[in-house]
Ligand binder design. Structure first.
Ligand code: NAI
Length: 414
């Protein structure tokens, strides 16, 4: 990317441009500054440390908390954002740009040693370590707000194992989060990062999408929207049928492997694209993962098949197979929209809703007396955020008439 010197007050502040697109967080910060629901508390935030997360961290701090922040992925943090936040009173970084897995793990433990009261988590990275090796810190924790699909799955697995000792909100599962962030945010940013990272056209190409949940549906719809031929691979027959009726071709990965030009995984499980599939792929395919963890494409198997690797372009590892085929992997199999050289995550307008839901969930954890379990975020909070977002972006919402309300309440109606 061409280096450009940023000027003016916005250029000097790495969060300024993003703040302009996050009206919900700006409004919430004003409310929190008055009410101070987090006064005297230490909050921990784990997430991708880029500008949208920076604005979220400022919002939590506006509620009166000291905020300790860390990454949820070793490679997705931006140095300018980390340094800018770390310089502010009450905010403390447990992160650096371009960490190794081991360095990130160490930072998580250092943060948990400080015994935070409230966790804003991403992928359950802090909550799992808290329960696993910081048992002493559990007592003071009011609760966990979790923003990702994979993180909620982990919390549910902890509850099923009878180890979850604090209340947790499944923020990911709210309509205001996953209908927009997962579908549109990841859909757009994953497809645009495939285009930018490879500097190749997606129109006319065959894009194979593994998983037709919220993220996969978004990726498939956006790819088709710019002219790709889409193939969906699913293990859930209801999702496979949905993809079929939405007009995508549905196939097994074994069948799709030979046809695809671009592969995008979005399942939340491991080894979705593996050795038997690599063996069928044609030369020069692009492999990208949009799921939370770097386990969906079996990189070890790919390495085992290759006789050498190269880096033909920033963010691309090319695996050279003995028969001459070259398979191109983005961001080493990490999140394509967050961990590549062009990756900036989701558009700010989408993260505005996600982080607003995280903030109101945190406020609710402090105000409500919840049992140690995974809880759904109350629908009234989702509606509160939805109404504010609609007002902020000027989307008119029709009022239901009194007669319509009475009609819905009248179960005796003819
Ligand atoms: P979801 O639960 O709505 O969808 C996952 C889908 O994958 C389900 O329909 C499931 O049946 C399917 N699936 C599971 N195993 C499969 C397999 N072996 N082959 C094909 N399909 C399979 O989950 P959602 O919300 O779509 O999230 C998917 C992943 O993306 C999660 O890891 C989530 O944390 C992550 N995510 C990533 C984001 C990003 O910025 N890249 C943003 C939001 C979520």
């Amino acid at each position: 990317m061409k280096e450009v010197e940023l000027t003016g007050p916005e250029g000097a502040d790495p969060l300024a441009w993003t703040r302009e697109s996050t009206p919900l967080l700006r409004g919430l910060a004003d409310d929190l500054r008055r009410a101070e629901p987090f006064a005297g508390m230490t909050a921990a935030v784990a997430s991708h440390l880029e500008p949208k997360t920076g604005v979220f961290i400022e919002t939590v701090a506006a509620g009166g908390a000291d905020v300790l922040f860390t990454g949820s992925d070793p490679d997705s943090g931006h140095e300018a954002v980390i340094d800018h936040l770390d310089d502010q009173p009450g905010l403390e970084a447990f992160a650096a740009e371009g960490m190794t897995e081991a360095e990130l793990d160490e930072q998580h433990h250092r943060l948990l040693d400080r015994e935070p009261d409230l966790l804003f988590d991403d992928g359950c990275v802090l909550a799992a370590k808290l329960h696993d090796s910081h048992g002493d810190a559990l007592d003071s924790v009011v609760g966990v707000a979790e923003q990702t699909t994979s993180g909620v799955h982990r919390l549910e697995a902890m509850a099923a194992d009878d180890v979850l000792a604090v209340p947790a909100f499944a923020v990911n599962h709210t309509p205001m989060k996953r209908r927009f962030d997962n579908v549109h945010g990841t859909g757009e940013s994953a497809v645009s990062n495939v285009q930018l990272t490879a500097n190749r056209i997606v129109s006319g190409e065959t894009v194979v999408v593994a998983g037709y949940g919220h993220v996969g549906r978004g990726v498939a719809e956006k790819a088709r929207g710019i002219g790709a031929h889409t193939v969906v691979v699913e293990v859930d027959p209801r999702k496979a049928l949905e993809a079929h009726m939405d007009g995508h071709r549905v196939a097994s990965m074994a069948d799709a492997a030979a046809d695809g030009d671009v592969f995008v995984t979005a399942t939340g499980v491991r080894d979705v694209v593996r050795e038997e599939h690599f063996r069928e792929m044609h030369d020069d395919v692009l492999l990208a993962n949009a799921g939370h963890y770097d386990v969906e494409i079996d990189v070890d198997a790919l390495r085992g098949l290759a006789e050498s690797t190269s880096t033909p372009r920033a963010g691309v590892t090319r695996f050279h197979l003995p028969d001459g085929r070259r398979l191109n992997l983005f961001a080493e199999g990490r999140l394509v929209n967050l961990s590549g050289p062009y990756s900036q995550g989701h558009p700010a307008a989408v993260m505005d809703s996600t982080f607003a839901m995280m903030t109101v969930a945190g406020r609710e954890l402090v105000e409500a007396d919840l049992s140690p379990a995974v809880h759904a975020v109350p629908d009234r909070l989702d509606r509160e955020v939805a109404r504010k977002k609609a007002d902020a972006v000027g989307v008119p919402v029709e009022d239901r008439t009194d007669e319509q309300a009475a009609y819905l309440d009248d179960w005796r109606r003819e």
